[in-house]
Design a protein around this ligand. Sequence first.
Ligand SMILES: Cc1cc2nc3c(=O)[nH]c(=O)nc-3n(C[C@H](O)[C@H](O)[C@H](O)COP(=O)(O)OP(=O)(O)OC[C@H]3O[C@@H](n4cnc5c(N)ncnc54)[C@H](O)[C@@H]3O)c2cc1C
Length: 237
Amino acid sequence: MKGGWCDSHIAAGATTDPYWWDAARPTLLRSNPAPPQADVVAATNGYTTKSLGWFARRVIPFQGYIAATEELPPDLVKKLIPNRRVVIDTNTDIDFCRIAPDSSRVIIGGATASGMSTSEAIANRLHPIMARVLPGLAGRKFTHLWIGFCCGTFDLMPHVGGSRGLWYAMGYSFAGVTMGTYMGDKVAKQVLGSPEGATVFSEAPFHTVPLYTGNPWFMPFVMHYFHWRDARIAARQ
Ligand SMILES: Cc1cc2nc3c(=O)[nH]c(=O)nc-3n(C[C@H](O)[C@H](O)[C@H](O)COP(=O)(O)OP(=O)(O)OC[C@H]3O[C@@H](n4cnc5c(N)ncnc54)[C@H](O)[C@@H]3O)c2cc1C
């Protein structure tokens, strides 16, 4: 294993045995009986690089996009989203919005994994989504846009676990804000050896599929399938 993430681990005296993470249940001591000198947690989710090979073969990174509107009249915001709730639709490819916690802007996300790379492309894609979901904002402008990486897994479940010295928590599959907090707590307790670290998300095998090395070339096809599925369900209603 190579890369920045490992450097501190190696500097702390850990073995560089490349086979650690090839075991079905990763075991740091599988081929090196020396006790580890430090605990390292891989919590890299959508930013998992190929240098973290075992993990990169198990997570499928994709882009998420968010836009924030200009400051809006507070009365309009209150009317559009009563009780300041987070709003999310029931599609597989979700659109979601909320009022910013510290201002009267609306923050909206959607068009996940659609391969956009410019501000113009993101604005042009998210603005019609906002106008459809909240028609009262059709004439309003975006002032901020951003991109980040999320990731899914082959069973659409997050995974947490590891063993002495090397641990992980990742693969949040659309729910990292909530599950990331939960899994962070679990992995910390596992590192400390607390029984409270036990969770079903450590029991399920963290699968990869043959030939997958971390290049999510198939995501556009997956998103097309999600769109087709969403349209089919909508047509039935
Ligand atoms: C635009 C967007 C909208 C989203 N909306 C939602 C939402 O509405 N609800 C929801 O639940 N989730 C949402 N998510 C997903 C959510 O943000 C993530 O699931 C969550 O941030 C994962 O948290 P994390 O701490 O595990 O990983 P991250 O926040 O992704 O942090 C991983 C960190 O690892 C670091 N890293 C990578 N490699 C190394 C290395 N070698 N050494 C050291 N550090 C390294 C990276 O720099 C990064 O800081 C959204 C994501 C994006 C991008």
